[in-house]
Design a protein around this ligand. Structure first.
Ligand code: CA
Length: 444
């Protein structure tokens, strides 16, 4: 587990002024990674690191003599490509070397020559566009919030909301990598089969009527493991490159009809949106938290249990979801908050997901992607899917202008934000993960 070091010093300031603003997501203590190019250009995609409102272009910086050396240079070169898979494959020592070199070169106290060199590699985020930062080979979505599992279980199985396996293993299913897109991607309302209106009738076929979001975090895998060689819990975090925001768009009516016996399929595979920035586990080190299990719950089996995970396995990440309807947008009204939750409510940790995923011999590969599952907390204002907020659509959510939502309507924009904040540490953020619903295709 990453220890605190000089890169976390909350007193550090950068010569990039916008990084020193108290509400910046990207102060010098964060240094998250994305893949970007100049907006509207045909330039090559390449890796970059956020600092304030700027991006350090890793491809330019890696070619500039005197900016990086040794392992940091190797990492910067790997991060110069159109995907971050090569950087992810290098592992924590290389990521840390690059982070330390960037931290020192971006500090207000940096040497003049180094600052001058790095200054020429900066591009304003306002002039950039982003893509999915890794070639994602496989995507697995977990189900790690006890509150979400219980709330949604009540909708689908009123008599038996929480399945007996939930407290023994991180439940998951294999998702679809091809439809993962970056923040800003338009999301077309899916079309599909829904429950018959009456017993003995054929299913209804048409546009989804119960379209929902799921606020989650995404996890990018770093170095993989050989097939047949599980990753032990104690080493799991050295296989994790970092975390991003994730919206697992969900078609509840399609899900209700298709999900038994093999789980969600078309209700989840039409689109999944990620934030462009990946915040490393090292950047999150000041925000480790106690993994609290309700009294009386079983402790995990030995391969999922350690003192370190119990005491520091969770992460204190604030998560917010806001909604802006088309009418609000037209009227110039700001998005309205629907949920404010925290990742520390999750029942299973990142390391437990990795250890469980591989315990049977499955091999993870650099750039593989895990979703945490919907990160609802214990109260209704912490519910991270509309199906929970509205009790399955029965109690519509009221927006400030009087509009209501049971499920998403065409033109709705969903925005997820995440940040970490506490006394004695620098505030760091994840940027945002945004998507707007487009009408379904016309069906005949
Ligand atoms: Ca999900």
């Amino acid at each position: 587990m990453t220890q605190l070091n000089e890169t976390h010093d909350p007193a550090s300031r950068s010569w990039v002024d916008s990084a020193n603003q108290p509400d910046s997501d990207f102060p010098i203590q964060n240094l998250p990674f994305a893949v970007f190019r100049r907006k509207g250009s045909q330039e090559s995609w390449r890796g970059g690191v956020a600092i304030g409102e700027q991006i350090v272009d890793l491809a330019l910086a890696a070619r500039h003599p005197g900016v990086f050396e040794g392992m940091a240079l190797e990492a910067a070169r790997a991060g110069s490509q159109a995907t971050l898979n090569a950087l992810m494959a290098l592992g924590p020592a290389a990521w840390s070397a690059l982070r330390l070199a960037l931290s020192r070169a971006l500090r207000a106290s940096a040497r003049a020559a180094q600052r001058a060199a790095l200054e020429t590699t900066l591009i304003a985020q306002a002039q950039a566009e982003y893509t999915v930062p890794a070639r994602i080979g496989d995507y697995t979505d977990f189900y790690t919030s006890l509150y979400h599992a219980t709330n949604i279980g009540k909708q689908f199985r009123p008599d038996n909301p929480l399945m007996p396996n939930f407290k023994w293993l991180p439940v998951g299913y294999h998702g679809r990598a091809s439809s993962i897109g970056v923040s800003g991607q338009p999301v077309q309302r899916p079309v599909g089969q829904q429950r018959p209106l009456a017993e003995g009738q054929p299913p209804v076929f048409g546009p989804c009527q119960r379209l929902d979001y799921e606020l989650e975090l995404g996890v990018y895998i770093g170095p993989g493991n050989a097939q047949g060689q599980p990753i032990p819990l104690g080493q799991a975090e050295s296989h994790v490159f970092g975390l991003c925001l994730l919206n697992d768009w969900s078609a509840r009516d399609i899900q209700a009809w298709e999900y038994q016996p093999l789980g969600p399929f078309l209700s989840k595979n039409f689109a999944t949106t990620v934030s462009p920035w990946i915040v490393t586990l090292e950047a999150l080190a000041p925000y480790r938290a106690l993994l609290a299990r309700p009294a009386g719950d079983p402790q995990p089996l030995p391969y999922l249990d350690s003192t370190e995970q119990r005491t520091r396995g969770a992460l204190d990440i604030q998560l917010e979801l806001t909604l802006q309807t088309e009418k609000m947008r037209t009227a110039g009204q700001a998005p309205a908050r629907v949920a404010l939750s925290n990742y520390r409510h999750a029942y299973w940790t990142v390391a437990q997901m990795v250890a469980h995923h591989t315990v049977g011999g499955c091999n993870l590969q650099p750039g593989d992607f895990l979703g945490t599952g919907t990160l609802s907390g214990p109260t209704l204002d912490q519910a991270c899917a509309l199906i929970e907020t509205t009790g399955g659509g029965k109690t519509p959510f009221r927006l400030p202008d009087g509009q209501t939502r049971s499920f998403l309507e065409d033109g709705d924009t969903v925005i997820i934000r995440g940040w970490c904040q506490k006394a004695g540490a620098a505030r760091i953020g994840f940027g945002q993960c945004r998507g707007t619903i487009l009408p379904a295709r016309v069906t005949g």
